[in-house]
Design a protein around this ligand. Structure first.
Ligand SMILES: [Zn+2]
Length: 238
């Protein structure tokens, strides 16, 4: 259309007018940048200064022209998607410590609305993040009595269902637990096996690491537990 051909054929560097006259500029003549601008940008009109010495050419943002396409582009279908999850819980005496669905003997456990499974929570968030979905707290709000004391495997099974529904499968997962006590090595394989089962994944693509926090801060003082997870999702072959 006329306005877009004017926009993209102009050799000038454009400066968008804002209320603060922010000197945000871009060169629309670069073919690498063209795809980044939504169709609404095609309603930008250039008004050149009559004096070539003027450093700034003004761009007025107008309502989209009548023939501009109104529907946005469909989102890209990515062959891979990466997601990161993080979670932390306070440890309080007298509560069970559930990690990866396994009950770990300890003198304290996680304070939480659900069973406080820090590993499953962050795995859920990593998967949801990779899919570009809201986080676990938004999908399973702790204000909903339905999730009070719920086993976190429920959340993970739902995240896996959403992953398959979106057309993806797990490529691989790498998780790190951070806790000062208890030692996790005697339980690591049981946790990993249960995680594989919940994910429906081969053990070769699910990795679990554990480390202390060098006795510093709440994590190192046995007052909290945290976990990080990174997942790679792969588009399923149709
Ligand atoms: Zn949590």
């Amino acid at each position: 259309m006329a306005s877009s051909s004017l926009l993209f054929s102009s050799p000038v560097s454009l400066h968008l007018q804002t209320s603060k006259r922010t000197p945000f500029s871009f060169s629309p003549t670069s073919p690498n940048l063209r795809g980044f601008f939504p169709s609404s940008y095609q309603s930008l009109r250039i008004s050149r200064s009559p004096r070539p010495s003027a450093a700034i050419s003004a761009v007025q943002v107008e309502q989209p022209v009548a023939d501009a396409p109104s529907s946005p582009r469909p989102p890209p279908v990515l062959p891979f998607r990466v997601g990161h999850g993080f979670d932390l819980h306070r440890l309080e005496p007298g509560l069970p410590l559930i990690i990866g669905g396994i009950d770990i003997p300890h003198d304290r456990g996680c304070e939480a609305h659900s069973d406080g499974d820090v590993l499953l929570h962050c795995v859920v968030d990593a998967i949801l993040g990779a899919l570009g979905l809201p986080d676990i707290g938004q999908i399973f709000p702790d204000t909903d009595p339905k999730w009070s004391g719920a086993a976190s495997s429920v959340f993970l099974r739902e995240a896996v269902r959403l992953m398959h529904e979106a057309g993806y499968e797990l490529g691989n997962l790498d998780a790190t637990l951070i806790l000062q006590r208890p030692k996790l090595s005697p339980h690591k394989e049981a946790i990993r096996a249960n995680l594989c089962d919940l994910l429906g994944a081969d053990p070769s693509v699910v990795n679990l690491k554990a480390k202390t926090h060098e006795k510093v801060d709440s994590l190192g003082e046995n007052r909290s537990i945290a976990a990080h997870t990174v997942v790679l999702l792969m588009r399923k072959k149709s």
